[in-house]
Design a protein around this ligand. Structure first.
Ligand SMILES: C[S@@+](CC[C@H](N)C(=O)[O-])C[C@H]1O[C@@H](n2cnc3c(N)ncnc32)[C@H](O)[C@@H]1O
Length: 272
């Protein structure tokens, strides 16, 4: 059993580094994830991991602990409605507005293993041939280097492609290789994966037209959420859109963000 001091120590470390807030009651989660990490590192138990982290901390070990506490659940075209909104309303509008600069930038902030940015890329390839001579970029970022590496590799299991990916898109954009499905270079080339901690500065990320920051703010406390929302809005172009997870309330969103509803999707547009 994880003891109260170990819980306090690890949860504080995770909160400070990643913003992920582990309240009382989450002891079982911390315990099971850190037991697994201790096993992988060849340590006897959580007590040994605790002592090592407290008295011989290394950046790598801290990173492994934070990674162990992230939840990387994701799937292709998650919730469907935001992607319908992109296809039917948001991208057509942005194409009109940006016809002179011919440049579009998407950001999947907290992209996990890449299903979200690959879903955006498929929408662009399938429905917006008009963008062929535009500069279109999808930035895909996450705090977890492991998740980023997997996204960059673009190698998914049968179970993963069964989640949300229509069969015709699987056949068109993925090649089977043994037990895996490999993403086509046409999609990979549209995406730039990079490690970004939402708690830190967004270096090199600005003038974004669409930000998807979905199912990550739920792990943060109100103050952290508010600070991150302010930074996300700053990174958006005027007229740009922000999508959050369906269950996420945008408490703390700056007043220059106007709520928009497209079909069954809700998003926020930066007004100025
Ligand atoms: C549940 S997944 C959501 C993935 C995707 N956005 C979706 O909706 O399917 C949450 C992701 O947030 C990432 N994450 C957690 N804290 C983060 C932080 N401080 N900065 C960036 N990413 C973070 C996790 O590593 C994880 O991959």
């Amino acid at each position: 059993m994880i003891n109260p001091e170990q819980f306090r120590f690890f949860s504080e470390m995770v909160r400070q580094t990643s913003g992920i807030s582990l309240q009382k009651g989450k002891e079982y989660l911390l315990e099971s994830r850190l037991n697994e990490l201790a096993r992988v590192l060849g340590l006897k138990d959580i007590e040994e991991l605790y002592r090592k982290t407290k008295f011989q901390p290394t950046p790598k070990l801290k990173e492994q602990i934070v990674e162990a506490m992230t939840t990387n659940e994701t799937y292709f075209f998650r919730d469907q409605h935001p992607f319908d909104a992109l296809k039917n309303h948001v991208i057509p509008e942005l194409i009109k507005v940006k016809k002179d600069v011919k440049r579009l930038k998407f950001w999947s902030a907290a992209c996990s293993t890449g299903q979200e940015p690959y879903s955006i890329a498929m929408i662009l390839k399938e429905h917006f041939q008009a963008l062929n001579n535009w500069r279109v970029e999808i930035i895909a970022s996450d705090i977890s280097q492991q998740a980023i590496n997997k996204g960059k590799e673009g190698r998914f299991t049968q179970v993963e492609v069964n989640r949300g990916l229509p069969i015709q898109l699987l056949i068109k954009y993925f090649k089977q290789n043994g037990a895996f499905w490999i993403v086509d270079a046409r999609l990979k080339n549209m995406i730039r994966f990079k490690k970004v901690n939402l708690m830190g500065p967004f270096i090199g990320i600005s003038s974004i037209d669409v930000i998807m920051c979905r199912y990550v703010l739920i792990y943060f406390d109100q103050k952290t959420k508010k600070d991150i929302l302010a930074k996300l809005v700053k990174a958006l172009n005027p007229g740009g859109y922000l999508f959050l997870g369906a269950t996420e309330t945008p408490v703390g969103l700056p007043p220059n963000m106007k709520r928009k509803t497209f079909g069954r999707a809700t998003c926020w547009q930066k007004t100025g």
